[in-house]
Design a protein around this ligand. Structure first.
Ligand code: CAA
Length: 399
């Protein structure tokens, strides 16, 4: 065991919950329409389905639906900060977390801010949350990441779309995961993926983005090892990666193994990352939420009891920032699993045909300041009822 002795109190993730739209497109439907072999998406990208947002869903409704199960009478006044990570922002000024605070009925003595750096920002939020809690034990920070991945019909990125949100409660003496203070970072000004303010789909240099992702992984790992003393690859039982598509996680893990002189066969690959890929394969890319939906997938589906085991995590946001860091699984974490609810949510989704998916893709928010109401399609507890006078109107459903 070569992890440094903890110099700080135990701080980390006490609870985790995620949500995706109630609608999905099967990638075999997409492959049929695009004239591709379904195995290109299923095997080549490692994806089965992608979440498709309804017209009455946005990052706020996804986020509120993800966070709702974490809030109870005991903590709704103890959450002192909401950090909302996204790259699908709905406003240039107002933080999406302010809507979420009201929808969840959280106390008003709360600081709220939105963070952006492509798919990476939730990791910055986790690190900031841990810092706040370490400074003032007893405070609780709600970290939310929510995104809608859009590339455009018929583009190479289309099969890697998706949507989802994840909510995590960060506090002292957490029940699920302790976050280690040592990390390794890498940043570089590159144009592998970006979305100018005037566009609602991302611009991407797809192949280049996968190369930069792997470079950022190598460099972050190198920096992590400089900071974490003599920790090496073999000290980790499991690994979680940012998952634009699950095959990217496999490529990343093979690359990290080679970098460390470890030979990686299919069995070891499955053991070290397999259970963390299950949810993302069904949801698609959820940008900032993706790494942490993968983390939930690992905790809830790994057959082995991971208590006391160390997980290595790599967060990547194009543009680019990468960070490698570590968590230790807490004893008794399985008693707090939300697996049944998550599986039920994924199971109850409604499949779309190609035509309906394409129509939904074409839906865009009215920009004329008039009064607009959206059809009731959202499956969750919160929906975007409409827009009036440029103001979003959210409501609750029976769901
Ligand atoms: N059976 C099995 N496998 C097949 C196949 C078949 N019939 N046909 C093709 N494949 C394999 C290919 O060999 C390839 O695998 P390898 O990469 O291991 O060689 C894989 O399927 C994909 O095929 P292509 O490379 O031909 O696919 P493409 O060029 O059409 O698109 C992509 C791939 C560039 C990743 C594209 O989906 C894309 O642009 N995606 C968006 C960008 C992205 O996700 N980048 C990831 C890194 S950046 C990041 O992580 C941040 C983020 O979230 C965006």
């Amino acid at each position: 065991m070569t992890f440094p002795e903890y110099r700080f109190m135990s701080v980390g993730i006490d609870d985790i919950s995620f949500y995706s739209s109630g609608l999905y497109l099967s990638l075999s439907t997409l492959a049929d329409h695009n004239g591709e072999d379904p195995d290109k998406y299923r095997v080549g990208l490692g994806q089965e389905r992608m979440g498709v947002p309804a017209p009455d869903e946005d990052i706020v409704t996804l986020a509120a639906n993800a966070a709702r199960p974490l809030i109870n009478d005991g903590n709704h006044d103890r959450i002192t900060t909401i950090l909302f990570a996204t790259e699908s922002s709905i406003d240039q000024s107002k933080a999406a977390g302010v809507y979420v605070q009201r929808l969840l009925g959280l106390g008003s003595n709360c600081r709220i801010v939105e963070l952006k750096q492509a798919c990476y920002s939730a990791t910055a939020a986790i690190q900031m949350a841990c810092g706040l809690v370490a400074r003032k034990p007893g405070d609780q920070v709600l970290v939310i990441a929510a995104d809608i991945a859009r590339y455009g019909l018929g583009t190479p990125g289309e099969a890697t779309q998706g949507c989802g949100a994840v909510a995590m409660l960060v506090k002292d003496s957490p029940r699920l995961l302790e976050v280690h203070p040592e990390t390794g970072c890498y940043s570089e000004d590159v144009m592998d993926f970006w979305r100018p303010n005037y566009m609602d789909t991302a611009l991407v240099d797809g192949k280049y983005s996968t190369i930069v992702y792997l470079k950022a992984l190598r460099q972050s790992w190198k920096h992590y090892r400089e900071n974490a003393g003599s920790v090496d690859f073999g000290d980790f039982s499991r690994f979680c990666y940012h998952l634009p598509f699950t095959k990217m996680g496999e490529k990343a893990h093979r690359k990290l193994a080679v970098t460390n002189g470890v030979s990686m066969d299919a069995e070891l690959l499955e053991q070290q990352i397999g259970s963390g890929l299950l949810y993302n394969r069904q949801i698609g890319n959820s940008y900032s939420a993706s790494l942490y939906i993968g983390l939930a997938s690992l905790l809830e589906n790994d057959k082995e009891d991971l208590s006391g085991k160390h997980i290595g995590l790599f967060s990547y946001g194009s543009g680019c920032v990468g960070e490698f860091f570590a968590m230790t699984v807490c004893n008794g974490y399985r008693e707090h699993s939300r697996r049944e609810q998550h599986l039920a949510m994924l199971e109850q989704r409604q499949e779309l045909d190609y035509q309906t998916y394409a129509e939904l893709f074409g839906h865009s928010c009215p920009q004329d300041g008039g009064e607009h109401y959206f059809p009731e399609m959202a499956a969750g507890h919160y929906r975007l009822a409409g827009i009036h006078d440029h103001k979003r109107i959210y409501s609750e459903t029976d769901g």
